[in-house]
Design a protein around this ligand. Structure first.
Ligand code: NAD
Length: 302
């Protein structure tokens, strides 16, 4: 099967490509804004450097593909607060471009949305039917992207499925930039003997999902040409506070860690926990890698 992965040189994309390339022809379209060719390691993929916003580049990348996994995005709340327009262009206009390209070649589309769409809706766990109250430009862009996918399904019969990723973590996730996700930031600081920075009081909770679990779901969705009328949460309904995450890291490393508390960040939500019922019904054979072994593998990668 010939599969295009947009954003395939990024964290989730490269993990996915490494798995898909064992059995399929994989094309990666990535502008390398946050992704790195080295993430793809030694696997045999056709890396095309360019933007999903460039029509001729996108058309070439889509030639003959049966499926597109669309992960390319400006994937960060703080970046979207700094430059909402850029986040809109890449995440929304870029998605419309990918959906149009998929229509042209009859490809199935698997799309990355985000738990951030639930935003200020405080209800837990987050079931897909909840009212979305996005609180950052990033969250709005993801809600728009998944809504476009649904509209292309209804309007043009395009086969799509949008997954709402929660906090994905694991190897290849960059630990060393200003917008690093919490697990690589904590783990990297802990390994270097630096204090861990917690924004807020650390009681906020997240539904952490190990990247191999995400890769299994995405790969199965691609090969099974799975579609869904509504977006699907991609997390298994666990809930860990940042303070508990610090404690887990202390247990894994065998010593106390220094933590400094800073004011909460704009756009961050307080609690996040998926209702996994739809995911479990679509992918009953997949069980998640739990947090502790996932953390252990991440620490040994760092
Ligand atoms: P990432 O930054 O590692 O990957 C994004 C990739 O997209 C990068 O390789 C980047 O270079 C590429 N890219 C950006 N703009 C592009 C463009 N115009 N054309 C082509 N490529 C472009 O981030 P990630 O964590 O791997 O995220 C992958 C997807 O999952 C994103 O859509 C993100 O919004 C979504 N997501 C991730 C998480 C998470 O916890 N990591 C949570 C929710 C949603």
């Amino acid at each position: 099967m010939k599969i295009l992965v947009t954003g395939g040189a990024g964290f989730i994309g490269a993990n996915l490509c490494r798995a898909l390339a064992e059995r399929h022809d994989v094309i990666v379209l990535d502008d390398l804004s946050t992704g790195r060719p080295a993430n793809l390691g030694p696997v045999d993929v056709d890396l095309q450097v360019g933007s999903v916003l460039d029509p001729s580049v996108l058309r070439r990348a889509c030639r003959g593909v049966a499926a597109i996994v669309h992960l390319a995005a400006v994937p960060s709340v703080p970046r979207s607060l700094e430059d909402p327009r850029r986040s809109h262009d890449t995440n929304v206009t870029g998605t419309v471009a990918v959906l149009d390209a998929a229509r042209d070649v009859g490809a199935h589309v698997v799309l990355a949305s985000s738990s951030s769409v639930y935003g200020r809706n405080p209800v837990l766990p987050k079931a897909e039917g909840l009212v979305c109250r996005p609180s950052s430009p990033y969250a709005v862009s993801k809600l728009a992207a998944e809504s476009y996918a649904a509209a292309y399904r209804t309007s043009f019969g395009l086969e799509t499925i949008a997954f709402r990723f929660f906090n994905v973590f694991g190897p290849l996730q960059a630990p060393d930039h200003a917008y690093a996700a919490v697990i690589p930031a904590f783990a990297s600081a802990a390994l270097r003997g630096l204090p861990l920075t917690v924004h807020g009081d650390g009681t906020q909770t997240r539904d952490f999902t190990y990247v191999d679990t995400v890769v299994r779901v995405l790969a199965q969705a691609v090969t099974g040409r799975t579609t869904s009328e509504t977006p699907v949460n991609l997390a298994f309904g666990t809930r860990t506070s940042l303070n508990d995450l610090v404690r887990l890291l202390e247990e894994e490393l065998g010593h106390r860690l220094k933590v400094r508390y800073r004011p909460p960040r704009r756009g961050d939500v307080q609690h996040s926990q998926a209702c996994p019922d739809t995911l479990r019904s679509l992918f009953p054979a997949i069980s998640p890698v739990p947090l502790r072994p996932g953390l252990r593998r991440t620490l040994s990668w760092l």
